[in-house]
Design a binder for this molecule. Structure first.
Ligand code: MRU
Length: 321
């Protein structure tokens, strides 16, 4: 299975997630400008994959740039919510005094760790799910894409699905389409199809109704930043899902590598939430779907208070706020 993001021939190579599911193509990013643009356009996305992009971006800068620190700042601030991006940048930057090769080696080590840590986190989370949910096989609901494409390799929330599916324990995954950029419909459904996991895509607004109809045993999501008290920033719509899950007494499990935990923030109130371009809502594939001049509120993420979260699971096990 190809990595979502890797280093090859002096370039950062990413699967272009703007082209899926229609086309599987790779982008070769040879400059910091190209990498920052790919991050902003969500050609590479998902918190752990952004951590890898941060580190590899610094490796690129260390080889090509006259002002590595300034380029590192550009990379770290390309998207504000996933703490992994700045974390990856800082980790690679620490090796700069030892030269470009040392920076690259550190970035490559981060990539290998990302696969291992997400595998471990999702294995722990699979046990949490099995303990919390008595029904077999399981009906799972997920939001956005927290799969291979959101990480270097394995995936976090979808990583749990891979573990459970291997054991024949998954009846179905309900996939929120994830408005407005459709990471669920385009990317999660694509990954589940590749692995022959039974799934259905639903509009985000159907999630509460699916819970009310008794179609969901557990909600599984990833995270972009987790505050010290366990508040979780994730794709917009996650908070609403957590409220609905609480109302229906359905476990709500968050899976992430520990690099997503930001202990510098006491609560989720301190998490910067990215707001994206109005055209993501006013247009669909270039065609206007709202009257000219319509104003929008387009936050890319929301914060779910820890009271609504059954468990946050990292590679270290169940995370204690
Ligand atoms: O805007 P995106 O697609 O980068 O948002 C991604 C998410 O919200 C994911 O759920 C999160 O990064 C966890 S990925 C393992």
């Amino acid at each position: 299975m190809r990595r979502t993001i890797d280093w090859a021939d002096d370039a950062v190579v990413v699967i272009d997630q703007t082209a899926l599911p229609g086309e599987f193509r790779l982008l070769r990013l040879r400059t910091v400008g190209e990498l920052v643009d790919a991050v902003k356009r969500l050609a590479v996305r998902g918190a752990p994959a952004l951590g890898a992009a941060g580190a590899l971006g610094v490796a690129l800068a260390a080889r090509t740039s006259e002002d590595v620190e300034a380029d590192a700042e550009l990379i770290a601030t390309a998207r504000p919510t996933a703490v992994n991006l700045a974390w990856g940048v800082e980790r690679a930057l620490k090796k700069l005094p030892q030269g470009p090769d040392a920076v690259l080696e550190e970035a490559k080590a981060l990539l290998t760790e990302d696969e291992e840590l997400n595998k471990a986190a999702s294995e722990h989370a699979a046990e949490v799910v099995l303990r919390a949910c008595p029904r077999r096989p399981l009906r799972l609901l997920t939001h956005c894409n927290a799969g291979r494409l959101a990480t270097v390799g394995w995936g976090s929330a979808l990583g749990v699905v891979w573990h459970l599916h291997d054991r024949g324990l998954v009846e179905e995954v309900l996939v929120d389409e994830t408005r407005p950029l459709l990471q669920g419909a385009r990317l999660t459904a694509w990954e589940l199809a590749q692995e022959n996991v039974p799934h259905r895509v639903q509009p985000d607004g159907a999630a509460a109704a699916a819970m009310a109809k008794g179609m969901v045993d557990c909600v599984l999501v990833g995270a972009d930043r987790i505050a010290a008290n366990g508040d979780v920033a994730n794709k917009i719509g996650t908070y609403g899902l957590a409220i609905a899950a609480k109302h229906h007494d359905i476990p709500f499990v968050v899976v992430a590598p520990s690099s997503t935990v930001d202990t510098s923030l006491a609560t989720g109130a301190g998490i910067a939430i990215e707001e994206r371009d109005a055209r993501e809502l006013t247009h669909y594939a270039g065609t206007p779907i709202a009257p000219d001049g319509t104003r929008v509120f387009n936050p890319a993420f929301d914060v779910t208070p820890h009271e609504l979260v059954t468990a946050v699971v990292t590679e270290r096990g169940r995370y204690e706020p």
